[in-house]
Write a protein that binds this ligand. Sequence first.
Ligand SMILES: *Cc1c(COP(=O)(O)O)cnc(C)c1O
Length: 380
Amino acid sequence: MKAKPYLPYNKASITNAEIKAVVKVMESGWLTMGHRTIELEEKFSKYIGVKHSVAVNSCTAALQLALMAHGVGPGDEVLLPSLTFVATANVVVNVGAKPIFVDVNPDSLCIDVTDAERKITKKTKVIIPVHYGGQPADLDSLSSFSKKHKLIIIEDAAHAVDSEWRKKKIGNHGNTVCFSFYATKNLTTGEGGMLTTNDEKIANFVRRNRLHGISKDAWKRYQPGGKWQYDVLSVGLKCNLTDMQAAIGIEQLKKLPKFTKKRIELAKHYDKLLSKVEGVRIFPVAGPVINSRHLYVIEVIAMNRDKFIERMGDLGIGTSVHFIPIHSFTYYRENYKVSKNSLPVTDKTSANIVSLPLYPDMSKKDVARVAASIKEILSN
Ligand SMILES: *Cc1c(COP(=O)(O)O)cnc(C)c1O
């Protein structure tokens, strides 16, 4: 039998529209942050329904600037799930604060607010919920929890562009919110990120500190009419987006509703084909939400997860794991050790989860092939 073509875990949806837009920027002679970046920010704000969007070169940078903007530093503790990408914790360490790992809800795989409450101390300043796989964290509970304990919420929305909580887009619930435009994410600029807020002071801080802390509109200094003089008001980062990336983002944003529709459709097909398969568990969408379906995650119960991934590879299907829990990494074990049994759901679930291929350029036939392969592997 002829081997089927490899089905990758992820593939960006890039067409001539993105390519032409980048070429146009390159031909213009102005490559870095400029009018395209500002245009993307304005269009993103409009799409989300938020007052301010600030473009940066990664979600990691957005998260770090968010912590800096809220004055988080040495002596502060930050609550976050361990079941997330390591960036969510690294930024906390990078500003000198202490990450406190919180367990996740076994159904949503988002931060468990009850466990967060247990881990609060006098030093707790911030909670960073992650909208896991596009499933919004429970923003009602988080909001009352943060009010009760006077905490700041910074949302890690790396997976959640176009997701909704109570009929409003993620990014528009009154918090500081960080999006990723990394190559694998639902909207990509190759590398990139966006911070949204309704708070003008936070927005201005982030605008200044994405470019060294240089006073207002530093990006304009080489543009016609730009001023050569500038002042430095704080020690910032260097993490602006470029106009080449922004041009990709503007095209991707136009297609985002279509991307999301397709992702939801494919995920529903997975649900249908896998819901009755013994030996795997699926994670149905729950709550007053739209889940833009960044990931399609299953829990493999009937066999060893790592073997399962190997067997899928043998059948020509790419998979991934989201995530290796942060508290299990050497650096975090050595420096921020958690007590045994402090993260039971994370420990148990993270050993079994697998992310299946899911992206707009896939077909329902591809989904059926993945489902059939899973059944084949589990029946052997
Ligand atoms: C991808 C990701 C990030 C980091 O995004 P970058 O844009 O690559 O910095 C942060 N948090 C989560 C949950 C992610 O998946």
